[in-house]
Each structure stands twice: as C-alpha cells, then as structure tokens.
Ligand binder design. Sequence first.
Ligand SMILES: Nc1ncnc2c1ncn2[C@@H]1O[C@H](COP(=O)(O)OP(=O)(O)O)[C@@H](O)[C@H]1O
Ligand SMILES: [Mg+2]
Length: 144
Amino acid sequence: MKLESLTTHSPSETKKLAASLAKEWKEKARDRGLLIGLEGDLGAGKTTFVKGLAKSFGLVEEDISSPTFTLVNEYGDLVHVDLYRLEKTQDVAGLALEEYLQPGKIVLVEWPERDPFLMKQLQLLIKIKLVSKDQRQIEIMPLC
Ligand SMILES: Nc1ncnc2c1ncn2[C@@H]1O[C@H](COP(=O)(O)OP(=O)(O)O)[C@@H](O)[C@H]1O
Ligand SMILES: [Mg+2]
C-alpha cells in the first residue's frame, strides 16, 4: 500500500473515506490485529474518522464517542483510544494496549504521539490537517 493523500470537504465525506478503507483494514487485522495512529489538532476530525468505521463493525456512529476518563473504548473488534488526557505521570504501558491487539481487532489511537514507544508500533498513521472550516487534508501512511 502506498501513501495516499486526499482532501475531504465535509464530515460525511471524511466518514465515507474511513468506511471505504474498512474492508482492506479488516483483512490486514485478521492475523494479528491492526494498530492505527490518528494525528491532528483538536477538531481536525480524528473522532469523525473513527465514526465512519462504525457501520462496518455493526455499530451506529452515535455509539462512538470520545473516550474520556477511560482513555479506551472497546466496541467489539473496533477499539478507540484517545491519549489526549494522558497524564505525563501516567504510564501508557499501564493501558496495556497490546492486550487489545488481537486477531481481527482494529485499534485506532488519537494523539499517539503522546507515547513515543507506541508510535514505533503503529502499522498505519493517518494525519488529518485542517485546511479550512470544512476542508481537511488526510494522509494515510503505511509504516513498518
Ligand atoms: N471535512 C471534515 N472532516 C471531518 N470533520 C469536519 C470536516 N469539516 C468539518 N468538520 C467538523 O470538525 C469537527 C471535528 O471534530 P472531531 O472529529 O471530534 O475532531 P478531533 O477528534 O480530531 O478532535 C466536527 O465538528 C466536524 O463536524
Ligand atoms: Mg477526538
């Protein structure tokens, strides 16, 4: 898979883009799970992107909310993590994200850069840039 860079012009377009990737990602996740990082400023559209995957996992997008106190929300094979509120003193190792990484599971992590060790384990990195009010540039980078 090569680097893809796309522009979306609405939240629903961003969700559609995510949905269009679900099948390929599920295949990649089959043997050992798939760990994906989502980078971008507050309001970039990281959570919106995750909502776009809901239907493919038998959920409705309203099921997906920002993980708050828990940092991790597990919806069957879709695991949504948000490290924004990770305390500096809190050890990300304590979250044991690798335990969620099971065959068939897709783990999506907002603010993965909060944990440099986690960054090294990502298989895919999605970067979302705010271009204008409704426009976002979305880069999908396969990592080793
Ligand atoms: N093209 C777009 N893609 C995604 N979100 C968009 C887009 N245009 C506007 N938005 C809005 O930007 C906000 C993104 O919020 P959210 O997904 O919670 O961001 P994050 O999780 O990155 O902080 C939402 O209010 C959404 O409606
Ligand atoms: Mg978010």
